[in-house]
Design a protein around this ligand. Structure first.
Ligand code: HEC
Length: 305
C-alpha cells in the first residue's frame, strides 16, 4: 500500500512540489490568454463598421427619360404670384432633388452638404447670395448651377418645374425680394419663357449603358448566327467570303457596325475598302470583280439581315 501512494498524496505531502506546479499553471494560462489576445487583436482594435463617406456626386438622382419636347409657354404674370398648385409641385421637386444638400427646412444643412465647401445656401439668410434671391436670379442659378461649387445646373427641369421649385424656395424667405418688371422682361428675353422652351431629350446614364450593352449583344448574336448560316451554306458564295476575310467575325462586325455598308453594293465596297486588312477583310477583297462583290454583298445582307 505504501508504494501505491497516489500522485496527489505525494504532492500534498511535499508542498514545494505543489507550489512548483501552480507556477506552471499560472504561466501556461497567462501565455494562453496572451496568445488568444494577440490572435484576435484585429477584431478588438479595428472598427468593424467602416465610416460612411458622403460622395456629393452620388446624391444627384438619375435624370428621367424624356423625349425632346417644347415645353408649354409660361404665363409671365404667374412668375411672381405662385398658385397653391405650383407651390405643391415645387415642394415635391424640392424634396426629391434639393433636400439632400439644402435640408428639409432649406437651412443648407442637408446630409450631403456637410462635406461641401462652400456650404449649400441657407435660404433663410439674406446675405452671401451669388446670383441672388429674385425669381429671375434663381432661374439663372438653376440653368447654370454655381460654377466652382457643389451647386449643379438643373437645366433638365422644365421651366415650369424650375419656376415651381423657385417659388417654393422663396417661401423660406421673410420677405422674398420682388422682381421688377424689367427683371422679368430680361429673363424672358434670355430664356423665351413666354414662348415655350425647346428641351433636349434626356436619358438616365444607367439606361444608356443598358441600351448600349443590349445593342452590342444583339450585334454579337447576329454575327454568330450569320457565321453559322454562312458555314452551313458551303457554296461558292460562302467560299468567296472565307477567301476574302482574314478574320470572319471581325469582318461581319465591320459590316454590321457601319450603318451604310448594307444599303447598296457600292456603299458596301467603299465601307470594306476604307479599312481593308484592319477590318477582318484581307487584301484579296480588292481583287474581286464587281460580280463577285455583288455576290458577297447579297450573301452578307441575307445572313446579317
Ligand atoms: C449636391 C448638393 C446640392 C444640391 C442637390 C442642390 N444644391 Fe443648391 N447649392 C448647393 C451649394 C453648395 C450652394 C452654394 C454655392 C455657392 O455658395 O457658391 C448652393 C446654392 C444654391 C442657391 C443660391 C445661389 C446663389 O445665388 O448664391 C440656390 C437658389 C440653390 N442652391 C437652389 C437649389 C435648388 C432649387 C436645388 C434643387 C433643384 C438645389 N439647389 C440643389 C448645393 C446643392
Amino acid at each position: 500500500m505504501q508504494n501505491k501512494e497516489s500522485f496527489f498524496d505525494k504532492l500534498f505531502n511535499k508542498p514545494i512540489g505543489f507550489i512548483a506546479l501552480s507556477y506552471i499553471i499560472v504561466i501556461v494560462s497567462i501565455v494562453g490568454i496572451g496568445l488568444f489576445f494577440v490572435q484576435n487583436q484585429n477584431a478588438l482594435v479595428l472598427n468593424q463598421v467602416p465610416p460612411v463617406i458622403n460622395d456629393s456626386l452620388s446624391v444627384i438622382p438619375e435624370i428621367p427619360v424624356q423625349s425632346p419636347r417644347v415645353t408649354s409657354a409660361i404665363d409671365l404674370a404667374t412668375l411672381t404670384v405662385p398658385t397653391a398648385a405650383m407651390l405643391e409641385k415645387g415642394k415635391q421637386t424640392f424634396t426629391t432633388v434639393c433636400v439632400t444638400c439644402h435640408g428639409a427646412e432649406g437651412k443648407g444643412d442637408g446630409v450631403a452638404g456637410v462635406a461641401l465647401n462652400p456650404k449649400p445656401r441657407n435660404f433663410h439668410a439674406a446675405e452671401g447670395w451669388k446670383n441672388g434671391r429674385k425669381v429671375s436670379e434663381m432661374y439663372k442659378t438653376l440653368q447654370l448651377g454655381i460654377p466652382g461649387s457643389g451647386m449643379p445646373p438643373y437645366d433638365y427641369l422644365s421651366p415650369e418645374e424650375r419656376i415651381a421649385v423657385i417659388s417654393y424656395v422663396r417661401t423660406f424667405m421673410t420677405p422674398a425680394p420682388a422682381d421688377a418688371p424689367a427683371d422679368i422682361a430680361q429673363l424672358d428675353a434670355a430664356y423665351k419663357l413666354s414662348q415655350g422652351t425647346q428641351m433636349p431629350g434626356t436619358i438616365p446614364v444607367k439606361g444608356a449603358m443598358a441600351m448600349n450593352i443590349s445593342a452590342q449583344s444583339t450585334n454579337t448574336q447576329k454575327i454568330t448566327m450569320a457565321l453559322n448560316k454562312i458555314s452551313a451554306l458551303n457554296n461558292d458564295n460562302a467560299r468567296l467570303f472565307y477567301h476574302v476575310s482574314s478574320a470572319p467575325e471581325l469582318a461581319l462586325a465591320t459590316v454590321i457596325n457601319d450603318p451604310n455598308a448594307l444599303t447598296g453594293v457600292d456603299q458596301f465596297r467603299a465601307a470594306v475598302l476604307s479599312g481593308l486588312s484592319r477590318n477582318g477583310f484581307s487584301a484579296r477583297f480588292s481583287l474581286l470583280n464587281s460580280a463577285e462583290i455583288s455576290q458577297l454583298f447579297t450573301l452578307l445582307k441575307e445572313s446579317l439581315g
